[in-house]
Write a protein that binds this ligand. Structure first.
Ligand SMILES: [Mg+2]
Length: 317
């Protein structure tokens, strides 16, 4: 176990824990060794004064399928009570699309289109029929040349349209010294998340959707930047904190995960007091050194040691 101090958290007891799912408590159909007992331990502490929320970027399967996968892996109700204890980036994406009246061209799996995102796409489209944004998730069956090229062409078309609107607004301002307000164009490229890798069912690392998001940004150019919904988005962490309870101070919350960017940097950037990196899942040697000078509060072998740390720093007996 190697510790890296992160300024700011002081010695405040941990009152809540956000736990990543894929790569942290399971990989594919298998539980990480010791993870089921660790989750049960968290759940029993939760009954006292420790709030626990599972926070996942998983976009390859629906919430129902995710829960079934976890149940099959051995996470029973004592370990993980159900979907009410899980916040997903897909759920946040659904709310974002609805709130912003977005009609996505969907590079996400068909399973999601008939489940978690059904009420978004039923009123809009899964194809090129009048979309106004591109949505990218982890969808191996969708991320082929034809679909990615269709997304590219749509983004180019919208860029021309948005540029024309901006030019017209600039022209309308004429010689006026007073700047006219310009309504920013709606987000055109939306990423359920932008992780570049994940630990696949065969045990090897595989490409994540972030690689395709970067590809589209680079190909379209001109400052196109995806709106990222899941981790490491600050909004996603703020929503999780809100779900845990408005009375919590972020410094009293710890994040545990296997993604140095999404789980560790994202959590610390959002103001959480601590972020623990586990050496399972997508972890690769060197991740514990952090990014840009930001390092994990702690790096441990697995969720087992992370839960040990949480329980001994929660102020509980
Ligand atoms: Mg993970």
């Amino acid at each position: 176990m190697s510790a890296h101090k992160t300024p700011g958290h002081g010695n405040r007891p941990i009152r809540a824990a956000l736990i990543d799912v894929s790569g942290t408590i399971h990989v594919g159909r298998d539980a990480i060794p010791g993870a089921i007992s660790a989750c049960r331990r968290l759940r029993s502490e939760r009954g006292v004064d420790l709030r626990v929320l599972y926070l996942t970027n998983t976009s390859r399967m629906s919430s129902a399928e995710l829960l079934m996968t976890l149940r099959d892996a051995g996470f029973d109700d004592d370990a993980l009570p159900g979907l009410e204890s899980v916040m997903t980036s897909v759920g946040a994406t659904r709310r974002y699309l609805l709130d912003n009246e977005l009609r996505p061209f969907c590079l996400v799996g068909d399973d999601l289109l008939t489940s978690d995102l059904r009420d978004v796409v039923e009123t809009t489209s899964t194809s090129t029929m009048d979309p106004n944004c591109v949505l990218v998730g982890l969808a191996p069956e969708k991320l082929d040349y034809a679909n990615v090229n269709t997304a590219y062409r749509l983004l180019l078309k919208w860029k021309e349209e948005d540029d024309a609107v901006a030019a017209a607004a600039a022209s309308a301002s004429g010689g006026e010294r007073r700047p006219i307000p310009i309504v920013p164009p709606s987000p055109r490229l939306i990423a359920v998340h932008r992780s570049t890798r994940h630990r696949d069912d065969d045990g090897h690392l595989s490409l994540g959707p972030g690689a395709y998001v970067s590809l589209l940004e680079g190909a379209v150019g001109s400052g196109l930047s995806a709106r990222v919904i899941g981790k490491p988005s600050r909004d996603f962490y703020m929503a999780a904190l809100s779900c845990l309870g408005e009375d919590l101070d972020p410094s009293e919350v710890v994040m545990v995960g296997d993604d140095i960017v999404g789980d560790v940097i994202g959590a610390l950037d959002a103001g959480l007091g601590r972020a623990i990196l586990v050496r399972t899942g997508k972890y690769v040697t060197g991740d514990e050194l952090g990014r840009g000078g930001v390092v994990p509060t702690l790096t441990v072998d697995s969720i087992v040691e992370a839960v040990d740390y949480i329980c001994s720093n929660s102020g509980l007996k």
